[in-house]
Ligand binder design. Structure first.
Ligand code: PLP
Length: 390
């Protein structure tokens, strides 16, 4: 193999895209009256809710806090089981543990890598309370089937759409499925606020509970108070947290939202360039898309049929890193984690998730990538492929 790496500097797998107007909107908040939760929060919440077509939105300091809020609003507690996928970020199931509930892992579909609705059905028990569906890589999970399973049993559906802002399924925008949808604004996600998250919902009761939860369980709304000692008075009705977003972050979110469509279009373009470059290489599998899904492409995951290579996944990964391609692996099945193993998950085994995990590598994908960057990834994958192909 040619010793000269494809690139001289590391190309990360994901990264934000900030412009002058983003910087100016943050600075203008710093010059204003409110720097914690203020007018920019309402503006940002309205903008996201309108974009996806939801009634209500509640911004949080990060997506994990937002998921915690959604589980709280859904009333998840001790003894409740919540079905989710093992191929996700830790937050998708940790949010259940925060409230004393029990995550139950259902295996993935072998083609889309999203949670398999048949596997959800096989995990249902009398204690099942909710389903947390994750749109892995930006491709929506089979939300029509998941909604149907939930409707039949009166389950709550929390949609973890951290990967899928701007995606749609069956012509319906992500943000309108299930009971509550979570978006994350971490810098690798579609738009960023540094750290940030949001829940959108059409349900007024969930909306009120999310507002309480974000702010210590406190209310100053007289229609909900048991007493009223005077104008200073507030009441705490639930054990909430301080999960507020700042106005600086929300202002950044407002200007970032203006470029969401452009960001998603660029992500789709890069994914189609990768597909074209790799689809005909035997031993590689490009990401299969469900007929109803229109992904917003947070991640691009390439599968290696390891029997066709002289190297294992770790060596292929390291070879790509040597080329200065910031490849990654998404994700380690959550039940592998030592914490989960100690909580009684040591015997959990989802065969499709295992097979997927053993042979996957995520390629860099973010809208600010240049044509040269995209081409470098393609060249590096081809170089490594030909060096190790049997
Ligand atoms: C990013 C992410 C979250 C939330 O993450 P935060 O960093 O807390 O905003 C939740 N679920 C998934 C699948 C994610 O990728």
């Amino acid at each position: 193999m040619d010793k000269q790496p494809t690139r001289s500097t590391l190309l990360p797998y994901g990264k934000q895209w900030l412009e002058e107007d983003d910087i100016e909107s943050v600075v203008s908040v710093l010059r204003s009256e409110f720097i914690t939760q203020g007018p920019q929060i309402d503006k940002f919440e309205r903008k996201v809710a309108d974009y996806v077509g939801a009634k209500y939105a509640v911004a949080f300091c990060n997506g994990t806090a937002a998921l915690h809020g959604a589980c709280f609003a859904a009333g998840i507690g001790v003894g409740d089981e919540v079905i989710t996928t093992p191929i996700t970020f830790l937050a998708s199931s940790n949010c259940v543990l925060y409230l004393g509930g029990t995550p139950v892992f259902a295996d993935i579909d072998k083609n889309t890598y999203n949670i398999n609705p048949d596997e959800i059905e096989s995990k249902l028990t009398e204690r099942t309370k909710a389903i947390i569906a994750v749109d892995f890589t930006g491709q929506p999970a089979e939300m029509d089937r998941i909604e149907m399973i939930a409707r039949d049993r009166g389950l709550t559906v929390i949609h973890d759409a951290a990967h899928s802002l701007g995606a749609s399924y069956g012509g319906r925008e992500v943000g309108t499925f299930g009971d509550m949808t979570m978006f994350s604004f971490h810098p690798v996600k579609h738009i960023t606020t540094g750290e940030g998250g949001m829940i959108v919902t059409d349900n007024e009761d969930y909306y009120r509970r999310l507002l309480l939860f974000r702010n210590h369980g406190m209310t100053r709304d007289t229609q909900f108070m048991e007493a009223n000692d005077g104008p200073w008075y507030y009441e705490m009705h639930e054990l909430g947290f301080n999960y507020r977003m700042t106005d600086m972050q929300a202002a950044l979110g407002v200007t970032q939202m203006d470029r969401l469509d452009q960001f998603v279009a660029r992500r789709r373009m890069i994914a189609s360039q990768y597909n074209k470059a790799f689809v005909d290489l035997k031993g590689l599998t490009v990401p299969a898309q469900h007929l109803s899904a229109n992904s917003s492409w947070h991640l691009y995951v390439l599968r290696f049929d390891l029997e066709q290579f002289t190297a294992d996944r770790k060596e292929l990964f390291e070879a790509l890193r040597t080329e200065n391609i910031g490849v990654n692996v998404h994700y380690i099945p959550v039940y592998h984690q030592p914490y989960y193993r100690k909580q009684g998950y040591a015997d959990v085994n989802c065969p499709q998730a295992e097979e997927y995990y053993a042979s996957t590598i995520s390629l860099p994908l973010f809208p600010k990538m240049t044509e040269v960057d995209v081409n470098d990834v393609i060249l590096a994958v081809r170089k490594v492929y030909h060096s190790y192909k049997r």
